[in-house]
Design a protein around this ligand. Structure first.
Ligand SMILES: N[C@@H](CCC(=O)N[C@@H](CS)C(=O)NCC(=O)O)C(=O)O
Length: 209
């Protein structure tokens, strides 16, 4: 049994997708970050960086925070969705790191400055929208050469990238007309990943109101 601490955001959904894909038994503990529940001392013991997601594996007593680390932990635990060796393994790890260090932070900053910031700062919006568009160019190029991010097989890299792209690309395409040059292969990949029943279940954990 896995205790899963999460909220209705892309970083949480990567993990719920993996839990659903693997058919692991888990209990959801919603941490409402809009009500500062991530700062509660009991949660900080599990996730010292005060962010969701985090898990506690009741079978082993292992606690893991950081969504990328959780995906690697669950892949190792189940032996699934991370190729055992060779090029495909390192492609999966590369694209997982790309999401964790690039797409997530940059899309997060774009969302902050374009949507949430009380003062709209053109420099910040331009910087992060351009970086987001650059990252979509890199992703499109990868998906021209491979069906999934690690190659032929769907992996934890797709699970990490999917919730971020599904949630942001349509909004950026609409609000920054012409900025994303081509997303034909991204759209095809989005549909393939979306069509997986486990992805649809995982994207609803916990349900958004
Ligand atoms: N690098 C972290 C980022 C996690 C993260 O940013 N979580 C956000 C929600 S998506 C959060 O909990 N924010 C609460 C806060 O910053 O106080 C991961 O991938 O797990």
């Amino acid at each position: 049994m896995i205790d899963f601490y999460t909220w209705t955001t892309p970083n949480g959904r990567k993990v719920s997708i993996m839990l659903e894909e693997c058919g692991l038994a888990y209990t959801v503990h919603p941490v409402n970050i809009t009500m500062n529940q991530q700062f509660e001392p009991s949660f900080l013991k599990i996730s010292p960086n005060n962010k969701i997601p985090a898990i506690v594996d009741r079978e082993t007593g292992t606690t893991v925070f950081e969504s990328g680390a959780i995906l690697l932990y669950l892949a190792e635990k189940t032996g699934r969705f991370l190729p055992k060796s060779g090029d495909a393994r390192w492609k999966a790890v590369e694209w997982l790191m790309w999401q964790m260090a690039g797409l997530g932070p940059m899309a997060g900053q774009l969302n902050h400055f374009a949507v949430y910031a009380k003062e709209k700062i053109p420099y910040a919006i331009e910087r992060y929208s351009n970086e987001y568009a650059r990252l979509m160019g890199v992703l499109e190029k990868r998906l021209v050469e491979a069906e999934y991010l690690a190659g032929e097989e769907y992996s934890i890299a797709d699970m990490a990238v999917y919730p971020w792209v599904a949630g942001t690309l349509p909004v950026v395409v609409k609000n920054f007309r012409g900025l994303i040059k081509s997303h034909v292969h991204i759209d095809k990949w989005l549909k393939h990943v979306h069509d997986r029943p486990a992805v649809q279940r995982g994207m609803n954990v916990p349900p958004a109101d």
